[in-house]
Ligand binder design. Structure first.
Ligand code: ADP
Ligand code: MG
Length: 247
């Protein structure tokens, strides 16, 4: 398979912090339209891996190719423009704006045919807001002030804000932390909807949730990949039980 067949091709990726390799010669391929879950003990390097992909942290060595374009020397905003969206653990929504306005301001300037003239085509933006609001289950909440949403709804809004850019790769770091059981179920459905036309990487600890959403699971440990495959295979792997699932 050539690298163009993958949404993301990471090869021999390494990052050192004062000699400590948080990511150590890691190789990982994500298919187009795949929903990959990354699990592993605290400190395994999961968040650092997302930092390297989105450009928050610079790689020390190795390659990250997205749509066959090398990312490692590219600035963070250029990676966003190429189609990479990243959700951090703490939500960053505008609490005083409505759900509609939060989504509207996230529509990428310059994407619209009128973008170059400095204003947005209202109908185009409105249509996109509607589609995204339905995808994230907030279509009934468009006029609600974001600050009044539940914790789970705020998380969905932030996912919606990323979807406004129609990213081809979406990365979510522990998206269900602090959610109720009902919100977790709805998030699983949401992720299944939005991975239809993009690759999604999710870091998560909740094994019931992982089982529901993962196409494939990658287990990280000490900056390396310990195991990778379908959930049942990974769960039955003695190495994985030893360093992670057994605790
Ligand atoms: P995980 O998300 O799997 O819990 P992290 O990626 O947050 O793990 O961290 C992996 C390791 O890298 C940890 O030992 C952490 O302390 C270290 N680390 C992460 N970022 C930095 C940084 N900017 N400087 C120094 N050490 C870091
Ligand atoms: Mg982390």
């Amino acid at each position: 398979m050539s690298n163009t067949d993958f949404a993301l091709a990471i090869e021999d990726l390494t990052v050192s912090f004062d000699g400590f390799k948080a990511i150590d010669t890691l190789t990982l391929y994500i298919d187009k339209n795949e929903l990959r879950v990354i699990i592993g003990p605290n400190g395994a390097g999961k968040t650092t891996l997302l930092d390297l992909i989105c450009g928050k942290t610079a790689a020390s060595a190795g390659s990250i190719k997205f749509k066959n374009t090398e990312l490692t020397r590219m600035a963070e905003h250029q990676r966003v423009r190429l189609g990479i969206g990243r959700k951090f653990q703490t939500p960053s929504i505008y609490e005083n704006l409505s759900v509609f306005q939060n989504l509207e301001v996230s529509y990428p300037a310059g994407r619209s045919v009128f973008g170059a003239l400095g204003f947005k085509c209202t109908d185009e933006v409105k249509a996109r807001v509607q589609v995204v609001a339905e995808d994230v289950g907030l279509a009934e909440k468009l006029d609600t002030e974001a600050g009044l949403l539940s914790h789970g709804q705020k998380q969905w809004l932030e996912i919606g804000m990323l979807l406004m850019q129609d990213p081809e790769l979406l990365m979510l770091d522990e998206p269900i932390a602090g959610m109720s059981a009902r919100e977790r179920d709805l998030t699983a459905e949401l992720l299944q909807r939005i991975c239809k036309n993009r690759a999604v990487i999710v870091i998560e600890h909740d094994m019931e949730f992982v089982k529901k959403i993962a196409h494939k699971v990658t287990v990280m440990h000490q900056g390396k990949i310990l195991a990778e495959g379908p959930m049942e295979q990974v769960q039955a792997d003695p190495k994985v039980i030893d360093v992670y699932l057994g605790h």
